[in-house]
Ligand binder design. Sequence first.
Ligand code: PLP
Length: 429
Amino acid sequence: MRDTTCSGLHATEVIIDLLTDSGTGAMSAEQWAGMMRGDESYAGSRSFFRFESVVKDITGFDQVIPTHQGRAAEKILFSVAVKDGDVVPNNTHFDTTRANVEYQGAEARDLVIAEGRDPSVILPFKGNMDTEALRATIEEVGADRIPMVMLTVTNNSGGGQPVSMENVRAVRAVCDEYGLPLIFDACRFAENAWFVKIREDGYEDKTPKEIAQEMFSYGDGATMSAKKDGLANIGGFLALNDTEWALEARNILILTEGFPTYGGLAGYDLEAIAVGLEEVLDENYLRYRIRSTEYLADKVHGAGVPIVLPAGGHAVYIDAAAMLPHIPPHEYPAQSLAIELYRTGGVRGVEIGTVMFGTRDPDGGPDNPAAMELVRLAIPRRMYTQSHIDYTAEVVIDVAGRSDELAGYRITEQAPWLRHFTCTFEPMA
Ligand SMILES: Cc1ncc(COP(=O)(O)O)c(C=O)c1O
C-alpha cells in the first residue's frame, strides 16, 4: 500500500471495498430504465420535474435545488446563511459539513448526547442531540449568531446511529423557542426512518415513508447526498421552505453547479435519483439493508472485537482506541488498523478518528485528539453477498487477534482542510 490514506489506493488493488457507502451501490433495473428516459433539456426538463415532485412528496419542502452531491448543497446553503463568527450546532457534523461551516469562518459545534460518544453504551438512539446542551449553546452564543440548527440522520460520524422522532420534536421545540431554523443533513433519512419504525414506540405500524414525512415536517430544509439513500451513483439536493434563501442559493448554484433545473447533474441522473428515493423506502429493502450491517457487527463483536454498539445503519465502526490502547491518538490508531486490514485481506475501510477530526496544534505539537478513534467499514448498498461479509469478518478477527503487533503512524504531508482525503503517512520508527 502506498503511504497515503486508503483513498490513495487504486480500486483494482482492493478486494472488499468498504471505504464508503457513498455512490458505490448498485442501481436497480428501474433506475437504469429511468436513465434511458432522461430528458437532457438544458432548462425545465421533464426529468427535473419528476425529481422535484418525488423530493417534495417525501420532504414536504417547497424549494428543491438539485446539486451534484451533498457537499455542494452544504456549500451553497452555508454561503447564503452562515457568516464569520456564527456557530452551527449539529448532533455531529460530517467532515464535509464541518469543513464547509468552518470555511465560512463559523464554528461547527457537535452536541450529540454523551452516550453517543461512548462506543460501548447500547442505546436505541445514540445519534440524538443533547437538547440541554443546545439550549446552553444558544444562551451562551446568542440566537443571532446561530443561523440554523442541524440534525444529521443517521449520525454518520457518530457511528451511523439514528435520531429518534422524540428527539427531532424536542430539537424543533428548542428551535421554536429561539426562532431558529432546523435543517436536516438527510443523507440516510430512510435508514433513520427504519430504526424509528423498529425501535420507537408508536411507529411500528407506520411505513418508512410516513415516518420520513413526519420527520421532515419538523424541519425547515435539508441537505442531501443522493449517493446514499438516493441509491444513485451521483447527485444531491438542497430543499428549503425559505424562499429568500432559495433565491440566493439558486443564484450561487448558477455560478458553481449549473442551471437550477439540473444543478450539475445530467437529466438521467435526476431520473435515477427520483426512482432511488422511492425504492429506498421499500420495507423489504430496508429490513435486509439494516440486517446485513448488523450481521457483520454480530460476527466481529461475537469474536471479541470492540465496535460501536449497537450496529450503525450503513456501517460497522471498529473501536480502534479500545483495540489498540498502546497507540496514542496522535499516532493515529485507527489509521494503523485501517492499513492492517488492507494489508491482511485487501479490505479497505476508512479512519474516522484523529486524522479526520483531530485538530492541529498551531505550535506543531501533537494533534488534539478526536472524540473517538474508529475504523468505519461502510457497506455499499445492494453490492455484497453474505460470503463477502463473512470474509470481511474473518479478516477483522484475524487482525484483532494480533493487534499488539500494530504500531502508530506519523503524517508526512497534509492539506489545510479535509486532510484525511490526501495526507501521507510513514510508520513510527
Ligand atoms: C452525513 C453526511 N453528510 C454529508 C455528506 C456529503 O455528501 P457528498 O459526499 O455527496 O458530498 C456525507 C457523505 O458521506 C455524509 O455522510
